[in-house]
Write a protein that binds this ligand. Sequence first.
Ligand code: HEM
Length: 449
Amino acid sequence: MTNSPSSSAHAVPTAPGRVPLLGHIPSVLRHSPVATLRSLQAYGDIVALHLGPATVYVVNSPDLIHRMLVTEADNYRKGRLFTRSADMVGNGIANSDGEFHHRQRRLILPAFHRTRMRAYGDVMRGQTEAISDAWQPGTVLPLEKEMNRLTARVTAKTLFTSELGDRAVAEVQETVPIMTKEAMRRVMVPDVINRLPTPGNRRFFAAIARIRKVLDEVISAYEEQGVDHGDLLSVLLRARDEETGEGMTHVQVRDELVTLLAAGTEATGTALSWLFYEITRHPEVEERLLAELEAVLADRPVTFDDLPKLEYAARVVDETLRLRTPGWMSMRRTRADVELGGVHIPAGTELIYSPHAVHHNPQHYPDAERFDPDRWLSAPADRRTFISFGAGKHKCVGDHFARTMMLIVLATIVRKRRLTTVPGYKLREVAAINLRPKTLPMTVEARAE
Ligand code: HEM
């Protein structure tokens, strides 16, 4: 392999496997990290970036990403994106590795089993109705905030259905946005800055203290009652390791709750904002959705059992998750020296993969920039090109949950309310933990009965 340094981001694309070393990328990254990652797809299967003294590798090809996340996953641990989130999520599954992670995942996954989704589906519809029924026709809503409010409530209400959790639901709505807003900035700066008493750091730590306090109270109340409320928290408290019979400690349960809230609410809220944004831009998609909902549901509210029949709605959700995937990048770190795509990478090196960049590559998705739900009439030739939820042993535990929520929210709202972007609206994207619209003001109209 030739590591001939080229000094700009405009180096000529190399053959797959060659690694151009691009100088001075940080300034490009600061300005448009998402566009940069997209453009790097043209530079080869794996690309090295010099970020100050460190070399970071961007893994571009679905094949190498699959090797890193799935077939050779034992060579990698979670990268800086996660280790830097430890102040927030402690040792929750998004941040842990190895045998401990494996055990925690085994304990948590039953809470997301398909059989539980029917009950969660009712919570999802109830909360969607409660929020959207209050939208007055003729008003302009900050849709991105409304969707995050909705997903925070749904996630919190499925975590703790008992009234013991009601105060926690309110705290979750307020604190999760503060934590996720600060989280990406904390990844980018030297850690010493994260310890300074700046207003941002103070807000961040105060939000964590608040959410931990309220979750501690809810967990203690559940432990005292010892009743199975049929919710996610009950599953976590009752989970026992098959081999050792051990359950989770109080602190571990709390870390997992913060993890699920932080990982789940904004990502799904963002995906829903994008969903309504795309629908409003594509009236023909909206019409077909309404026709399908009319045919399947008539005027009945949607339930979990209806979802397999909502085939077009499912394609709209999939296409949103492709074109507008919230998790635009993630990271890994090599445990030992590894070889990936013909490149020798030393132990302790950070690697980036970008679901967004893969999804926008026309080699994998013809006419990739076009929102076209019907491209999902057939599965992609290579399934490894769809990585909205990652892959392998750290694949999103909330993927069915998120898809179910997106379908139920869509089927509930679109029949009652028509949402349109305000005149002159210009989309500005923010690449924080999730790639989201900075604002999404939308006018609400009542749908004719
Ligand atoms: C549209 C919504 C969502 C998207 C796009 C999304 C995306 C992702 C991605 C890409 C990963 C893997 C990151 C990596 O490999 O580095 C992940 C992991 C994870 N997600 Fe999601 N997610 C969504 C919703 C949810 C929900 C609703 C929950 C829970 C309520 C959740 C909980 C988690 C957790 C706990 C992990 C870490 C899993 C592990 O490391 O074992 N996510 N998610």
